[in-house]
Write a protein that binds this ligand. Structure first.
Ligand code: NDP
Ligand code: HEM
Length: 493
């Protein structure tokens, strides 16, 4: 007898032989009664779950957020009080590639945070950019289809991307960030994270404030040029996993400075832009970032599948003191993520250890597939409905969010009317030095390979409206690229 534990079936019976199938004679065939063989093959067939419809490729780690500032006058959230230290999971991702995609691809990066607070899980599911490509959720599936594979060729389609963008001027801000240096960070540690949407804070006096969250890298911004990224991908498709996992194993713990921008509730009526429009930032000069703490990653997961692949983030997860906002995109996300998890992971995805809150959970949901928590979570089998006389869990009015003021007729409002899609991309363009502008032009030209001329020209006209130098720069970079490319390749496009 060795001191190793005995191998068992999943029903707990000891296994006598894990090398040889049961066969009729030494040459076979195998017998159907070899249920250990059947169980092993059946389990293997079920090892993969559907990958995320977007943000399929990801890298993650655990850490903490320590609050050093004092924003108690804006929010009652315990995780945001001075001195609070909250454990968290952070998953980074690319948007468009599948699970096997190369890490060093130009794409927006996801920045998904799950804070395990003493008041329940608070998820802030953001990106490494402060804005997004579309501002109406009705356009999200269309946008994502342009980023994924063409149904006929099964290839990514630059034509689809630029066709959609050139017909959607609200995308200009995000497209400019994506095509700038920051569109291709060398590893997750070298980029910022943003909550992106406007959320709300509310305090013990029932006052509401609008808020935006920023996580500023303390490692500095580091990025690849397209050419460098090609070299990296030629050697490894896993450059982010190697850098993040390897760094944390070596004790190099990446950090981000946590900031918020706060807007008094009534200001939302006064700003020249809609502060709930996801294609806009709040200028720092108007709403200065307030430093509130530090976020650090310091522990790798022990099992990638259980802790990163099964992680389920959702903007619907908020805690007392934090609320949503009228942002149409955020409203749609509040529905979409939990729905995706029920499909991808199952009804009781919140019972999976990585998603389970680090505090007792009491609710009246019951039954369903993979109910592994023993029926109901009320603490008493007679208390399976509410209200009841059997001591089942009851509501707590003290955590009631203050009412949200809303007005207006229900209608389909044209979000492209009266919206300045050019001013903020212009402010960004004006921040770029000559080198940054040159790389922006050439990154765009490279991404437009094979796109029909009329689509390119439609997009360049949008760039002209941001800044004449922008449109002219892209046109010149495209012309220079055509000259450099061998005639045979150009002719085939
Ligand atoms: P500020 O000059 O006060 O702030 C500029 C911001 O731009 C900083 O947060 C800086 O981030 C960021 N930035 C600098 N270079 C780049 C780049 N290549 N790609 C993306 N972001 C960059 O100006 P405003 O607040 O008036 O904003 C001007 C423009 O800056 C906006 O239109 C927007 O495009 C961009 N921006 C604004 C943010 C905001 O919340 N106001 C946030 C991020 C970008 P860092 O400090 O990390 O260098
Ligand atoms: C992932 C929907 C906009 C950031 C996902 C997933 C869905 C989805 C269904 C997959 C979830 C899963 O299977 O686990 C939507 C819809 C949007 C939207 C409907 C707009 C209406 C955004 C925006 C951001 C964002 C604006 C950032 C500001 C992310 C991130 C992930 C993700 C980071 C990966 C989460 C993870 O790490 O597991 N989105 N999304 N999405 N989305 Fe969105």
């Amino acid at each position: 007898m060795s001191d190793r534990p005995t191998l068992t079936t999943s029903a707990g019976a000891p296994v006598s032989d894990n090398q040889n199938s049961i066969t009729a004679g030494p040459r076979g065939p195998v017998l159907m009664q070899d249920y250990q063989l059947i169980e092993k093959l059946a389990h293997q067939n079920r090892e993969r779950i559907p990958e995320r419809a977007v943000h399929a490729k990801g890298w993650g780690a655990y850490g903490t957020m320590k609050i050093t500032g004092d924003i108690s006058k804006y929010t009652r959230a315990k995780a945001l009080q001075p001195g609070a230290e909250t454990p968290l999971l952070l998953r980074f991702s690319t948007v468009a590639g599948e699970m096997g995609a190369a890490d060093a691809e130009r794409d927006v990066r996801g920045f998904s945070l799950k804070f395990y607070t003493e008041e329940g899980n608070w998820d802030l599911v953001g990106n490494n950019t402060p804005v997004f490509f579309v501002r109406d959720p009705l356009k999200f599936p269309d946008f994502i289809h342009t980023q994924k594979r063409h149904p006929r060729t099964n290839l990514r389609s630059a034509t689809a991307m630029w066709d959609f963008w050139s017909l959607s001027p609200e995308s200009l801000h995000q497209v400019t960030i994506l095509m700038s240096d920051r569109g291709l960070p060398i590893a997750p540690m070298f980029m910022n994270g943003y909550g992106s949407h406007t959320y709300s804070f509310w305090n013990n006096n029932g006052e509401r404030f609008w808020v935006k969250f920023h996580f500023k890298t303390q490692q500095g911004h580091k990025f690849h040029s397209n050419e460098e990224a090609e070299q990296v991908i030629a050697k490894t498709r896993e450059s982010y996993q190697e850098a993040l996992f390897g760094g944390i194993e070596r004790g190099e713990y990446p950090r981000w400075t946590v900031q918020v921008q706060i807007m008094p509730e009534a200001d939302a009526e006064k700003t020249s832009y809609n502060p709930f429009d996801l294609t806009k930032v709040w200028p720092h000069a108007e709403y200065p970032p307030i430093e509130i703490g530090v976020l650090e990653l310091n522990r790798n997961p022990d099992n990638y599948f259980a802790e990163i692949e099964q992680a389920a983030f959702s903007p619907s997860n908020i805690v007392p003191g934090i609320g949503h906002s009228p942002d149409k995109m955020l409203q749609a996300r509040v529905f979409s993520y939990a729905d995706a998890h029920r499909y991808r992971l199952g009804t009781h995805y919140e019972s999976i250890p990585v998603n389970a809150p680090r505090r007792p959970v009491h609710h009246y949901h019951r039954d369903g597939q993979m109910n592994v928590f023993g029926g109901i979570k009320t603490g008493n089998p007679d208390a399976y409905y509410e209200p009841n006389s059997f001591g089942g869990p009851a509501e707590d009015k003290s955590v009631q969010e203050p009412p949200l003021k809303i007005s207006g007729d229900a209608d389909r409002y044209n979000h492209r009317e009266g919206n300045d899609d050019f001013g903020q991309p212009r402010a960004l363009f004006n921040l770029f030095d000559d080198g940054q502008k040159k790389r922006l032009f050439s990154n765009i030209a490279a991404a437009m390979g094979g796109v029909p001329d009329e689509i390119i020209e439609r997009q360049c006209k949008l760039f002209d409206q941001v800044h004449p130098e922008y449109g002219a720069g892209v046109r010149a970079a495209i012309a220079a690229g055509k000259q450099e490319r061998p005639a045979a390749i150009s002719a085939a496009e």
